[in-house]
Design a protein around this ligand. Structure first.
Ligand code: SDX
Length: 435
């Protein structure tokens, strides 16, 4: 990053003016940052930013979002162009290595991923420890974390070759774990991955094939899933990526870090929103109920939120939501679904919200989760698998961000400070004196 001068901050503390000079640093695009690392030593105060809404936690070259303009770039390439021209594995190479692969690199990368989709046979036993009705995200989190109990040969995070092998193992095996979590939940036998299938194709195959008959994956659904994976691959320092970076900053192994990211993604305010959108649409039921639902959302005393709407960074349309809505119509059309009541309800809900002062004044627009669940449901995925599919895609972003952090010579263990408002020092109170 280019240095571009210093900013002098002057504070009046206890009646006296005290100044500190902060180094200003400019990125390639987007807001500059003021390096506040010297602030405490110079002025004895911390900055206070719960939720880190105004804090750059790291320097990164991977993804850039302009929330006001609704722009999303993966290594500089607009998401719209990657969605139209690229594939998920090509995007995985781009996020992980910084450049789109040439023909030879593409073949090698694809071969490396598609030939490592099988799990160690002992890992199957982990599944039997779960209840059949366990949420797939609980299974995914547990089994991915357990991978560190198997792959001792690639746990030295300071060894570039171990980092490379771990990245391949995670990108290649998380889809198998996700598909097996689904099969386990419906009591069907696990379906092994096939080396002759593409990445998204294999995931659909492992999800829907049964040993009793031939199963051919629809090329339309495989392309649609590949596109959905591209849209979900990375997104700057979102909550789950920040979780992975914080876990990784302690030197924890990559499997444990990705398991932490899966746990964080599961929340309904984050990756769990796609599942929550479907539940919300089911609760609304019909377009006539929309005004009543919007009233609940606007009622400060209710905790009802319009799921799939709003974003910490996007104060404009999430570009992924636009692509997702278009894909919705294409997939439903390809599936011969003339009108999907869920999609019709979602489109009407979006129309009402985008004309309502409450949402307009707060710059609340549809985000990536608003339409994704409708497509996934139409493609035959159960609601409980939506966030697991998000995790499959985001594993590429998480491991790319983890790799960037581990390879950053300036990275330190993450250790935020706090504003303490608890009890001042006091002496122990014996039981008899406690009233
Ligand atoms: C993802 O960070 C990422 O990049 C995440 C993600 C990724 O790819 O990694 O993009 C994926 O997580 C998308 C977001 C999915 N979550 C949802 O759709 C859940 C619904 N949305 C919200 O809960 C909310 O919008 C968040 C969590 C997404 C953002 O929360 P913020 O930035 O903390 O928003 P806020 O609470 O500061 O909201 C500002 C105002 C508040 O009202 P006031 O107090 O000013 O009156 O907007 C309101 C909020 O109450 N608001 C909503 C709302 N989202 C914000 N009101 C109703 N419905 C909503 N969805």
């Amino acid at each position: 990053m280019a240095d571009n001068g210093t900013a002098t901050i002057t504070l009046t503390l206890d009646g006296t003016n005290q100044s500190a000079s902060l180094k200003l640093r400019a990125g390639t695009i987007g807001p500059s940052v003021a390096d506040i690392r010297s602030l405490y030593n110079e002025l004895g105060i911390f900055t206070f930013d719960p939720g880190y809404g105004g804090t750059a936690a790291c320097e990164s070259k991977i993804t850039y979002i302009d929330g006001d303009a609704g722009v999303l770039l993966y290594r500089g390439y607009p998401i719209e162009q990657l969605a139209e021209h690229s594939t998920f594995l090509e995007v995985a190479h781009l996020l992980l290595n910084g450049e789109l692969p040439n023909a030879a690199e593409k073949r090698l990368f694809e071969h490396g991923v598609l030939r490592h989709t099988m799990l160690h046979e002992q890992i199957r036993s982990f599944f039997n420890g779960f209840r059949r009705d366990a949420h797939p995200m609980a299974v995914l989190c547990g089994v991915v974390g357990a991978m560190s109990a198997f792959y001792h040969d690639s746990l030295d995070i300071n060894d570039p070759e171990h980092r490379r092998i771990s990245a391949f193992r995670l990108i290649a095996k998380v889809p198998t774990i996700a598909a097996w979590a689904f099969k386990y939940s419906i009591g069907q036998p696990f379906v092994y991955p096939r080396n002759d299938l593409g990445y998204a194709e294999n995931l659909l195959y492992m999800m829907h094939a049964v040993p009793t008959e031939e199963y051919r994956v629809s090329p339309v659904l495989a392309r649609a899933l590949d596109l959905i994976l591209i849209l979900h691959a990375d997104h700057e320092q979102n909550a789950s990526t920040s979780t992975v970076r914080l876990a990784g900053s302690t030197g924890a192994n990559p499997f444990a870090c990705i398991a932490a990211g899966i746990a964080s993604l599961w929340g309904p305010a984050h990756g769990g929103a796609n599942e929550a959108v479907l539940k919300m649409l089911a609760e609304i039921g019909h377009a006539e109920q929309i005004p009543d639902f919007i009233r609940k959302v606007k009622d400060r005393n209710s905790s009802v939120r319009l799921m799939g709407f709003g974003h910490r960074v996007y104060k404009n349309y999430d570009p992924r939501a636009k692509i997702m809505q278009r894909t919705c119509h294409e997939v439903l059309g390809e599936l011969g679904i003339k009108d999907d009541p869920l999609l019709d309800l979602a489109v009407e809900l979006e129309r009402v919200a985008l004309h309502d002062e409450y949402f307009v004044s707060r710059k609340l627009y549809p985000n990536v989760d608003f339409y994704s669940g409708i497509i996934l449901k139409a493609m035959g995925f159960p609601t409980s698998m939506f966030t697991a599919l998000f995790a499959v895609a985001r594993t590429v972003g998480w491991i790319s961000q983890w790799k960037e952090m581990v390879e950053d010579p300036s990275q330190r263990i993450g250790r935020p400070r706090q504003l303490y408002t608890g009890a001042p020092r006091r002496d122990y109170l014996p039981l008899s004196a406690r009233g």
